[in-house]
Design a protein. Structure first.
Length: 89
């Protein structure tokens, strides 16, 4: 009788590696268009939420770190939380 070793009795598990699967050019393009459209829609929603906020809150969203740097993009979490507070009132 032979000794039972793990390599002889257990089959190696097949690892699902998704990034090695080749993606067609058409599928990649359609996914990129979909993601771009989704980002544009979300940015439109954030712009609308921003317009609902009072002026003093809007000024706090665009803060400069230093004068030689570009202004920060609006913090989306800040916009959402202030819009929710504004709606609750």
């Amino acid at each position: 009788m032979q000794p039972c070793t793990p390599s002889s009795t257990v089959k190696p598990l097949k690892k699902h590696v998704y990034f090695t699967k080749k993606e067609s050019e058409h599928k990649r393009e359609s996914r990129s268009r979909h993601e771009k459209r989704r980002r544009e829609e979300m940015n439109a929603v954030f712009a609308e939420m921003m317009s609902l906020l009072p002026e003093d809150v809007q000024r706090n969203v665009f803060r400069l770190q230093r004068t030689d740097q570009k202004p920060k993009k609006p913090d989306k979490c800040f916009i959402i939380s202030n819009a929710v507070e504004f709606i609750k009132k």
